[in-house]
Ligand binder design. Structure first.
Ligand SMILES: Nc1ncnc2c1ncn2[C@@H]1O[C@H](COP(=O)(O)OP(=O)(O)OP(=O)(O)O)[C@@H](O)[C@H]1O
Length: 315
């Protein structure tokens, strides 16, 4: 598959070209849930957003990529290299990581000290990038990290993850604690970082806006399983709501239908294959009074509903 930024219009997860991350039958049993078996292909040169309910396994997935959490079974490859429990430094030097929580071991250091320590592991560390961004985000470089606000610390962790100019960025809820201005700057910086078209970002997020602004692909997770991985634009094209006259019971077998909901003034048809449903309406001369795009959180909720009912999620 071509990278999103220069690829032709393709549908869902047909990934023939290089994948930056590959999970093959990966399973990790947690205290109260089994994460996996996961079979995932994350395309290179794209932003893939991992979206899911709390405890669905997003952090576990990212931690396994970093070798912080070891799977019970299965194979994880990054840059076509199988990762071992003891991570090799050359591979690590190609990855930038921001975890869910800051590392409290660094609390007594200053930003500059943390940067100097981290830079040792990254041959491509860019001091100009670091210094420019520390100034831009207003981070005091000589203040102990435990004295920084949560948002300040988050910004610093993002800068430190990006300063080595990594080929892959793994970000766990990166905007958590950022003020709206810093969030906008982060989105802009991320776009700049992605400009060369070969870099990849995987971002676990609860922010709908972040997904809309950044993601090329969305990986939906629920209860340790992947519900679906889809190309974002294709997904928003496919999921639509149609408002029509009539009774919900008359439409429960319509092609492309997820759900028919009775409203006060007619029926709301939720579709995950708008093209099919629209064709049906046209063929049967049923006028749609209104057609609306759907929000990401609604789509996730319906995917979960389909999954829980044992219905086919694919269109
Ligand atoms: N260190 C751990 N030891 C045992 N179980 C854990 C550990 N960390 C997470 N879990 C469990 O693994 C499951 C997946 O958690 P994970 O943190 O990966 O989910 P998440 O999707 O990132 O959640 P959130 O959106 O709340 O951050 C949860 O049931 C959680 O309780």
């Amino acid at each position: 598959m071509q990278s999103k930024r220069n690829r032709s219009k393709e549908g869902e997860t047909v990934m023939k070209e290089s994948n930056v991350i590959l999970f093959q039958d990966v399973v990790k049993t947690r205290e109260n849930i089994q994460v996996g078996p996961l079979n995932i292909q994350i395309p290179q040169g794209c932003v893939t957003a991992i979206v899911g309910t709390n405890g669905s396994g997003k952090t576990t997935l990212l931690s396994m990529c970093m070798g912080f959490v070891h799977p019970d079974r299965g194979v994880i490859s990054i840059f076509q290299e199988q990762i071992q429990s003891d991570r090799d430094a050359a591979l690590k030097a190609r990855i930038g990581f921001v975890g869910e929580h800051p590392n409290s071991d660094d609390n007594d250091w200053t930003a500059d000290q943390l940067a100097a320590f981290t830079a040792q592991w990254y041959p491509k560390w860019d001091w100009q990038f670091y210094q420019h961004h520390v100034t831009k985000y207003g981070i005091p470089p000589k203040k102990k990290l435990h004295k920084l606000s949560k948002g300040m610390r988050r910004k610093l962790d993002l800068i430190i993850a990006m300063s080595p100019q990594p080929e892959l960025l793994l970000l766990d809820e990166p905007s958590s604690g950022l003020d709206p201005l810093a969030w906008r700057m982060m989105i802009d910086d991320m776009h700049t970082y992605l400009q060369d078209g070969k870099r990849s970002v995987v971002i676990a997020t609860h922010s709908i806006e972040e997904v809309k602004r950044l993601a090329d692909y969305i990986l939906f997770m629920y209860k340790g399983q992947v519900l679906q991985m889809v190309e974002k634009d294709a997904m928003f094209d496919a999921w639509k709501e149609f408002f029509i006259d009539g009774k919900a019971d008359d439409y429960d077998r319509v092609p492309g239908l997820v759900k028919a909901i009775q409203e006060r003034y007619g029926v709301r048809l939720i579709s995950n294959n708008a093209e099919k449903l629209e064709a049906f309406l046209q063929k049967n001369e049923i006028p749609a009074l209104q057609t609306k795009s759907m929000e990401l959180d609604d789509i996730l909720a319906y995917l979960i509903e389909l999954n829980d009912e044992g219905r086919n999620i694919q269109r």
